[in-house]
Design a protein around this ligand. Structure first.
Ligand SMILES: O=c1[nH]c(=O)c2ncn([C@@H]3O[C@H](COP(=O)(O)OP(=O)(O)OP(=O)(O)O)[C@@H](O)[C@H]3O)c2[nH]1
Length: 217
């Protein structure tokens, strides 16, 4: 049984669509989110901590909203900013910007305590052009300390998803988090049902890559 490690039930609702019935359950564990300007190292460290906590295969999901006109803010701090400023204030700040383009990014970190065969494919970074910091956000995190001062030999496999859009006045009542103020292709994420959001979203894209790899591993 795979544990999807998150305090956010909205994430699991979306993830369940990608994994066989009964193969995943939510583990409500608040792993330490290290301070970093990229999601990859946060997901990698989180996956190791969650694996050690659960002693079972885990998938952690670190996500963020990157606003172009704010140089990528709130990015990895999206959860903190949602809790402090709130989504409406983020919209108000963005409303004053000339450039309201934004992107959601999601990095999934999988850890089962074992190593992984080297990926035959080169890491695809072609979709990381909006406020995306360079760094090891996909592929294997080798724990060599390149992403921070600590080293940790526990292997973690990372999967990244990205979706471009723009910040708009709140619309819709579905989804969670910043969904009402994030518009993609004329609709906010909060106006989409789960299947439609999954088909285009950062999480859906990352989950698709993960599910394909997980089924074949
Ligand atoms: O409108 C949204 N649509 C999404 O699809 C989405 N995915 C994440 N988020 C928000 O971005 C932050 C991530 O922070 P985050 O990855 O640390 O997650 P979290 O704190 O909610 O839970 P956990 O998984 O860490 O326990 C939080 O503010 C989330 O609400 C989203 N907002």
């Amino acid at each position: 049984m795979l544990r999807y490690v998150t305090t956010n039930p909205g994430k699991v609702r979306e993830a369940e669509r990608y994994l066989p019935d009964g193969s995943v359950e939510r583990l409500d564990f608040d792993y330490t989110e290290v301070q970093a300007d990229e999601l990859g190292p946060i997901a990698a460290r989180g996956a190791r901590e969650a694996y050690r906590h659960a002693d079972a295969p885990v998938l952690v999901d670190d996500a963020g909203l990157f606003v172009e006109g704010l140089d990528g803010f709130p990015g990895p701090y999206s959860s903190y900013v949602e809790d402090t400023l709130g989504v409406e204030r983020v919209h108000e700040i963005a409303a004053d910007l000339d450039d309201r383009r934004a992107a959601f990014r999601c990095v999934l970190g999988y850890c089962d305590g074992e190593g992984f065969a080297a990926s035959p494919d080169p890491v695809d970074r072609g979709d990381r052009d909006v406020a995306a910091a360079a760094g090891p956000d996909e592929g294997e995190d080798d724990g060599d300390g390149a992403d921070g001062p600590e080293t940790d030999p526990l292997p973690v496999k990372l999967f990244e998803g990205y979706v471009p859009g723009r910040i708009v006045a709140p619309r819709g009542d579905g989804g969670f988090g910043y969904d009402p103020i994030f518009e993609h292709d004329g609709e906010t994420f909060a106006e989409m049902d789960t299947d439609r959001k999954n088909a285009v979203s950062h999480r859906g894209r990352a989950l698709e890559k993960f599910a394909e790899w997980y089924a074949d591993r």
